[in-house]
Ligand binder design. Structure first.
Ligand code: C2O
Ligand code: CU
Ligand code: CU
Length: 477
C-alpha cells in the first residue's frame, strides 16, 4: 500500500516535469518474477513438432491477494514460451475457448500468409486453427498475440501474448539456459481498478492505454534472483502503447546482442535502450555477487513514454556461477542491400486511423510486392508518435530524418519507431511465399491506432504477375 502511495506521488512529480527516475523502495519488489514455462511439443513420425495453445479466460492476481479476470494461453494470463530451431517443421493447434472470435499472429515469423494469423485467419469461439510451417530464419526473439481486426487492443490488454524463440547456430558465449541465464521479460503497463483488474478502454484518447502499473511477465513489482555472472534478457515491449527507455538505476553499461529479427554482428555497449510496442531487444547484463539493481524506464518527450517507473529488482546471489566472456562476434547477418532502382513505396501517417489517407479495409489489397524483392519503404509521420510493423519481412533502418539509427538498432528488425514529425526509411526484404489472395499486414503497433484503421494489406506474388492480381478480396466489405 505504501508502494502505491509512492507511485502516485511519483506520477505527480513526473507530470510536473521531473526527469529524475523515482527511487522506489526496493523492498516493495516482493513478488518473484514468473518465467513463462517452455511449451513441450509432441513430435510425430515425420519430425513435425506440434505445440498446443488454448486461448482461455481465467483469474490471476496482478496485485497480490486480489484475483481478477485475465485472459491467457494454457493458463489465466499470458502464454507459455514456444521454442523451435531453424529447419524444424512446426504446427500449432490454437483452440479458442473465449466467447468471441480471435486470431493468433506469429509476430516476426516468416511464413506463408495463410499461416500468419492476421485478421483474415479468424478462429471462431470453440474452433481450433492449426497452422504449420517450416522455421527458416535466423535465431530471434519473436512473439505471438491475437490480431482480430478492431479487437487486438482489448485481447492483448486482457493478457493474451507469449514469446516464440527461434534458435539457430547461436554464437558461443551467449547465455542460453532458459529460465536460468536466458530470461524473457514481457513489459506491459496497465491501469488497475480498485479491485486490481485491468481497467480503462484501450480504444480511447490519442493512444489508448498508458498505464501506471508496470508488469513484467504479468507480475507487478517483481524481483528476480540471478545466479550467473551474465544474464541474457529477451525484452519484449508487449504494451498497447507505451514506449520504454530502459536503464539500470546505477546507470551501468550493458550490451545489446539482438534486435527484433536476429542477432547483431557484434555486441553493442549501451546504458539505455528504447523500445516501442511490438519491438524486441536482446541484451546481456553482467552482475556482481551479492548486489541488487533496479531495471527502470524513464520519461521521454513523445507522449507514449510519460512517467518514470521501476520495473524489476534484480538480486544477484552471494556467489555467481562463472559465465563465458561476451563474444566479440555474434552472427553474420547479411546486410539488406538495396539494389539500384529498387522500388520506393511511401506511407503517410497523419492522425491515428489511416495510412495514406485510407482506413484499413479487409477487402482491399493496398500493395502488391513481387516475391523476393528488396524495396525501400519510406514512412512519413506528420503528427504525434507512431511506429510501423511489417509482417513476414526483415528490414533494416536506413535513416530517421536522414540520420543513421543508433548502432544498437541497426540490425534486422520488423518494427520501428517513427517519431513525431519525422520520416523513417527502411530497406525491406520480402520472402518468397506467394499467395495473391491472402494478404499480410503492415500497421502502427500502437494497438489503439491499429484497431482504428492505421493498417494496410499487401500480397506477395510471382514476379511479373503484379498487374494481374485482383485488388479486392471477396467475402469482405
Ligand atoms: Cu504484432 Cu500485425 O502484429
Ligand atoms: Cu506481425
Ligand atoms: Cu500509431
Amino acid at each position: 500500500r505504501q508502494f502505491l502511495a509512492t507511485a502516485a506521488l511519483a506520477g505527480l512529480a513526473s507530470a510536473c516535469g521531473s526527469s529524475t527516475p523515482r527511487a522506489s523502495d526496493p523492498a516493495a519488489f516482493r513478488t518473484e518474477l514468473r518465467v513463462p514455462p517452455l511449451l513441450k511439443p509432441e513430435v510425430d513420425k515425420d519430425g513435425t513438432r506440434t505445440f498446443a495453445l488454448t486461448m482461455q479466460r481465467g483469474r490471476s492476481e496482478i496485485l497480490p491477494g486480489r484475483p481478477v479476470e485475465t485472459w491467457g494461453f494454457n493458463g489465466p494470463h499470458l502464454g507459455p514460451t514456444i521454442r523451435a530451431a531453424r529447419g524444424d517443421k512446426v504446427r500449432v493447434t490454437v483452440a479458442n475457448r473465449l466467447d468471441e472470435a480471435s486470431t493468433v499472429h506469429w509476430h516476426g515469423m516468416r511464413l506463408p500468409a495463410r499461416m500468419d494469423g492476421g485478421p483474415h485467419q479468424t478462429i471462431a469461439p470453440g474452433a481450433t486453427w492449426s497452422p504449420h510451417w517450416t522455421i527458416d530464419q535466423p535465431a530471434a526473439t519473436s512473439w505471438y498475440h491475437p490480431h482480430p481486426h478492431g479487437a487486438t487492443a482489448r485481447h492483448v490488454y486482457r493478457g493474451l501474448a507469449g514469446m516464440f524463440i527461434i534458435d539457430d547456430r547461436t554464437a558461443p558465449g551467449l547465455p542460453a539456459a532458459y529460465g536460468v541465464d536466458d530470461i524473457p521479460l514481457i513489459l506491459q503497463d496497465k491501469n488497475l481498478a480498485e479491485d486490481g483488474s485491468p481497467s480503462g478502454d484501450p480504444l480511447t484518447g490519442t493512444f489508448g492505454i498508458l498505464g501506471d502499473h508496470m508488469l513484467v511477465n504479468g507480475v507487478h513489482a517483481p524481483f528476480l534472483n540471478v545466479r550467473t555472472e551474465r544474464v541474457r534478457f529477451r525484452v519484449l515491449n508487449g504494451s498497447n502503447a507505451r514506449m520504454y527507455h530502459l536503464t539500470f538505476a546505477d546507470g551501468r553499461t550493458f550490451h545489446v546482442v539482438g534486435n527484433d529479427a536476429g542477432l547483431l554482428p557484434a555486441p553493442v555497449p549501451v546504458d539505455e535502450v528504447s523500445l516501442t510496442p511490438g519491438e524486441r531487444v536482446e541484451v546481456v547484463v553482467t552482475f556482481t555477487a551479492g548486489e541488487q539493481v533496479l531495471l527502470r524506464t524513464r520519461s521521454g518527450s513523445d507522449d507514449i513514454d510519460e512517467g518514470d517507473f521501476d520495473l524489476l529488482k534484480i538480486v544477484a546471489a552471494p556467489r555467481l556461477a562463472a559465465s563465458p566472456g561476451l563474444p566479440d562476434r555474434l552472427a553474420e547477418p547479411a546486410p539488406i542491400v538495396v539494389p539500384p532502382g529498387a522500388r520506393v513505396r511511401r506511407f503517410r501517417l497523419n492522425g491515428h486511423d489511416a495510412i495514406n489517407g485510407k482506413e484499413m479495409d479487409m477487402s482491399r489489397i493496398d500493395e502488391v510486392v513481387p516475391a523476393g524483392a528488396t524495396e525501400i519503404w519510406e514512412i512519413e509521420n506528420t503528427v504525434y508518435a507512431h511506429n510501423f510493423h511489417i509482417h513476414e519481412v526483415a528490414f533494416q533502418v536506413l535513416d530517421v530524418d536522414g540520420e543513421k539509427p543508433p548502432a544498437y538498432a541497426s540490425g534486422h528488425k520488423d518494427t520501428v519507431y517513427v517519431p513525431p514529425k519525422s520520416t523513417v526509411r527502411v530497406a525491406v526484404r520480402f520472402g518468397r511465399f506467394t499467395d495473391p489472395a491472402t494478404p499480410y499486414m503492415y500497421h502502427c503497433h500502437i494497438l489503439r491506432h491499429e484497431d482504428s484503421g492505421m493498417m494496410g494489406q499487401f500480397v506477395i506474388v510471382e514476379p511479373g504477375t503484379e498487374n494481374q492480381v485482383p485488388r479486392t478480396i471477396a467475402g469482405h466489405h
